[in-house]
Design a protein around this ligand. Structure first.
Ligand code: PMT
Length: 404
């Protein structure tokens, strides 16, 4: 018996070219034994014929043609109740806006509003639409309400642009559906401490030194660990992401704040994962007033070295504890990473070349090499959510080994 045998998946398909990929998703779900009920918006019907989904799902595809208004009420409530999981793939900016604001003006938006099942959304749209402030706000609202997202991925889009907006691959959406219906709770009871984001080092009341870390890597790790049952504390620099469900957040600004937060918490933790990008240097003095220009002269700032948080966490390491760090490199990536593994007393370091396209700061993907005393393993370019799972798999292996 497969994990999806007998499960009811309601799949909402909206109007985008990625609708053709939803056919493969239906096929995978059916092969895994799930019952799939497809709801298509009118625009979706312009891209793929309902007959395709009907044939693949073996159920009528519900469309927005209002062909059978007498069954409307019954149908949307029935499907909303029947769903073990509700998936919207592809999800346009339009359906995200409707979901965020409770608009129910067609079969899909009505049914998704009525459901109590977990909802997974796989956005697909032009990069400009994805990055638009309205869409950003809608996504934030939906995440805060517990709606799960997968993707979008970066790459070449059907409209000719290159950027974020490609729907995640059907195999990844399938894996996420399986995960929602059968969460892997292999980290249940473990205490996990994760760091994410940049630090800010004040120069004067209006200026600071910082870097381009968005927090995406660390937040993905915190979210994945929480879903796997861990009690997660996320020590986070200033970023614009929402704290994942079930995660305790500790907000910090400077590397010294990070040091204080981490040294206080690491003794009570089983696994520590440091994905933050703390500033190595801070202004030696912070001006009390905004620094003014002095004629045409240059401004010379003296920077002092910040504490190395990971190195101190390494000194405090207790037996059985697993410490994972990251190495953000621009040259001699593996050599530098191996040196940091030693210096910071880590069990594993995740090396990323932050100059490689699709890797490092701010993007949704990463290209990493897991470096331990024994081996080095390089993964292809993957969504940060998937890198997070791979990282946790390896951290768990080290944890189990140390327990033996
Ligand atoms: O946040 P994103 O936009 O998703 O980008 C992800 C990332 C590029 C920030 C992430 O993948 C990453 O590489 N994080 C580590 C960044 C960094 O500071 O690397 P580093 O090589 O300078 O530091 C090595 C390790 O020591 C890191 O675990 C770092 O958290 C830690 N460190 C560094 C300096 C310092 N003063 N104290 C520390 O604890």
């Amino acid at each position: 018996m497969t994990p999806l045998e007998g499960k009811n998946v309601v799949l909402g398909v909206t109007g985008g070219i990625a609708a053709y990929k939803a056919c493969e998703l239906v096929s995978r779900l059916r092969k895994a034994g799930a019952q799939v009920y497809v709801i298509m918006t009118q625009h979706a019907c312009q891209f793929v014929a309902p007959l395709t989904f009907e044939t693949l799902s073996n159920h009528p595809a519900v469309t927005d043609t209002f062909a059978r208004p007498e069954t409307w009420e019954v149908e949307h409530i029935a499907l909303a109740k029947r769903a073990d999981v509700f998936v919207v793939a592809p999800a346009t900016a339009n359906i995200l806006a409707k979901m965020a604001h409770g608009i129910a003006d067609d079969m899909l938006s009505t049914t998704v509003l009525a459901t109590k099942a977990p909802v997974l959304v796989a956005p697909a749209m032009n990069t400009g639409m994805w990055e638009n402030a309205a869409t950003r706000e809608n996504v934030k609202l939906l995440r805060q309400r517990g709606i799960r997202f997968i993707g979008p991925e970066g790459g070449f889009l059907a409209c000719g642009d290159t950027g974020a907006g490609r729907m995640s691959e059907p195999k990844d959406i399938f894996a996420e559906i399986t995960n929602i219906l059968h969460p892997r709770l292999d980290m249940e009871g473990l205490r996990v401490l994760v760091t994410a984001g940049p630090t800010q080092e004040r120069i004067d009341p209006v200026r600071y030194i910082s870097n381009r870390s968005s927090g995406k890597m660390g937040y993905a790790i915190a979210e994945a660990a929480a879903k796997r049952g861990a009690r997660v504390t996320l020590v986070t620099g200033p970023v614009s992401l929402s704290v994942p469900e079930g995660v305790e957040a500790v907000k910090i600004l400077s590397t010294q704040d990070l040091y204080d937060a981490m040294t206080a918490r690491c003794p009570d933790t089983d696994i520590v994962i440091q994905a933050a990008a703390p500033a190595d240097f801070a202004p030696a003095t912070v001006a009390e007033q905004k620094i003014k220009k002095q004629g045409d002269g240059d401004l010379v700032l003296t920077l002092r070295q910040n504490p190395d948080v990971a190195a101190q966490v390494g000194r405090l390491k207790r037996p059985g504890q697993v410490l994972v760090g990251f190495a953000a490199e621009t040259n001699d990536v593996l050599k530098n990473a191996a040196a940091k593994l030693q210096k910071k007393n880590l069990d594993m370091i995740v090396a990323n070349d932050v100059t490689a396209p699709g890797a490092g700061f701010d993007v949704d993907t990463n290209i990493v090499t897991f470096v331990t005393q024994e081996k080095q393993e390089t993964l292809p370019c993957l969504p940060k959510t998937q890198v997070a799972e791979e990282l946790l798999d390896r951290a768990m292996m080290i944890f189990q080994k140390q327990k033996r």
